[in-house]
Design a protein around this ligand. Structure first.
Ligand code: ADP
Ligand code: ASP
Ligand code: MG
Length: 410
């Protein structure tokens, strides 16, 4: 039996396809991979800034744009780059074909602007690969069973790439971006950040979900679930990048492996709610029913046994919805009021070694205190500690923590 050709999925992010010169450079890179004798499937993002531009256009005509139409609008950014990249490949003498999410058979649920992939048929992509044609897939989008266009949440082209790699049982999924790989923290904020040669799925999942946008959280979840071999690399050079793999013994020696920050957070506080059973259940089930994801929750024990405060955080993009809902529920409860604060951010330290080390949280608090940064909320898990702070101290906190936990380049 003839051995199967190696198949790689290559995803190029917004900056990597940010202008015509970049698209031509990406096409050259893809062609080079094909010339090495590999099968290659390409996934592209919209040109950098394009998705934000489309959102601004929508907000220009509507105070709350209908989500179905929003998705149709947003999916167009990726369609443009997929068509242009396929054209650039043809210009280099390669056979290429651009595909939309629909043409790839990426079927999602109906949760517009953050849809979940339910299945991928990928018939036409497989057919193209078999014929030696390079498929160039528009990332970030899918289609519902009833043919409405959906998008997969910000950064969703990463998810397209991983899902396509899983569906095709590809040998590798390479995520090409504007930095050399996954670093100990955002290298654009801390120039001394160190590139990691490898990172475990679990640590990457924490880093991503706590704000490191280098990989979309759900793409890492899917990669872990289907064991998709992930590599994060730069499209601007040929440096080796970061491999995301299963945890191994060597990794456990590191207590803290990374620092993340998330400025897309808002805090809602309900003041003076009655301190009796069932209140939190009522509030948070309504919020969950509206598909809003709550992150941290803090409730104080009331000092007089009667009234208490509940605070929780939601993504900034959902804060207005969450505030309206909370106000509605709280009305019937005789609470003192509801307040929204969106000048906050969350900084987090992450590391699998925390499982077996004590004093890590204390060191984090002491570091923030040394820089006079007040902690508004705290949450911990087995492998992370997060603090909500005043947004204006985000960069200072990230740098101080990166330093305190010895993550700098040697
Ligand atoms: P793309 O458009 O290629 O998808 P993104 O902007 O979504 O790229 O993600 C890459 C960016 O992620 C980097 O430019 C960097 O600023 C940011 N980033 C945040 N945390 C990290 C980290 N720990 N390692 C690398 N990059 C990070
Ligand atoms: N263009 C989309 C975004 O800006 C998806 C992506 O880039 O992955 O979020
Ligand atoms: Mg991205």
């Amino acid at each position: 039996m003839a051995s199967r050709k190696i198949l790689v999925v290559q995803k190029y992010g917004g900056t990597s396809v940010g202008n015509i010169e970049r698209i031509k450079a990406v096409a050259k890179r893809v062609a080079r991979t094909a010339d090495e004798g590999k099968g290659v499937v390409v996934v592209v993002s919209a040109m950098s800034g394009e998705t934000d531009k489309l959102i601004a256009l929508a907000n220009g005509v509507s105070s709350s744009p209908p989500e179905r139409e929003m998705d149709l609008l947003l999916s167009s950014g990726e369609r443009i780059t997929s068509a242009l990249t396929a054209m650039a490949l043809e210009e280099l003498g390669k056979r290429a074909m651009a595909f939309t999410g629909r043409q790839v058979g990426i079927i999602t649920d109906t949760l517009h602007t953050k849809a979940k992939i339910e299945k991928i048929t990928a018939g036409r992509v497989k057919e193209a690969v078999k014929k030696g044609i390079i498929p160039v897939i528009a990332g970030f989008q899918g289609i519902t069973e009833t043919s409405d266009v959906t998008t997969l949440g910000r950064g969703g082209s990463d998810l397209t790439a991983v899902a396509v790699a899983a569906a095709l049982k590809a040998d590798a999924c390479e995520i090409y971006t504007d930095v050399d790989g996954v670093y100990t923290t955002d290298p654009n904020i801390v120039p001394e950040a160190r590139k990691l040669d490898r990172i475990s799925y679990d640590e990457m999942l924490e880093l991503a979900s706590l704000g490191a946008k280098v990989l979309q959280t759900r793409s890492v979840e899917l990669a872990k679930k289907y064991n998709v071999p992930l590599v994060v690399r730069s499209s601007f050079n040929y440096n080796p990048g970061t491999v995301v793999i299963k945890e191994d013994e060597e990794m456990e020696h590191v207590v803290v492996s990374g620092i993340a920050y998330d400025k897309n957070q808002a805090k809602i506080t309900v003041m003076g709610v009655p301190d009796r059973p069932g209140i939190a259940a009522r509030l948070f089930s309504s919020i969950a029913e509206a598909d809003l994801v709550v992150d941290m929750i803090v409730q104080n024990v009331s000092s007089d046994g009667k009234a208490t405060d509940i605070s929780f955080t939601v993504p900034k993009t959902d804060s207005k919805k969450a505030l309206n809902l909370t106000e509605k529920i709280v009305k019937g409860l005789n609470a003192k009021g509801v307040a929204l604060r969106d000048d906050i951010s969350k900084v987090s330290i992450i590391g699998v070694g925390m499982r077996t080390h004590s004093g890590v949280a204390a060191k984090m608090f002491a570091t923030l205190a040394k820089h006079n940064i007040n902690i508004i909320m705290i949450s911990t898990s087995e492998i992370k500690v997060s603090c909500v702070i005043d947004a204006k101290y985000t960069e200072l906190a990230v740098r101080a923590l990166h330093d305190a936990f010895g993550l700098k380049k040697k």
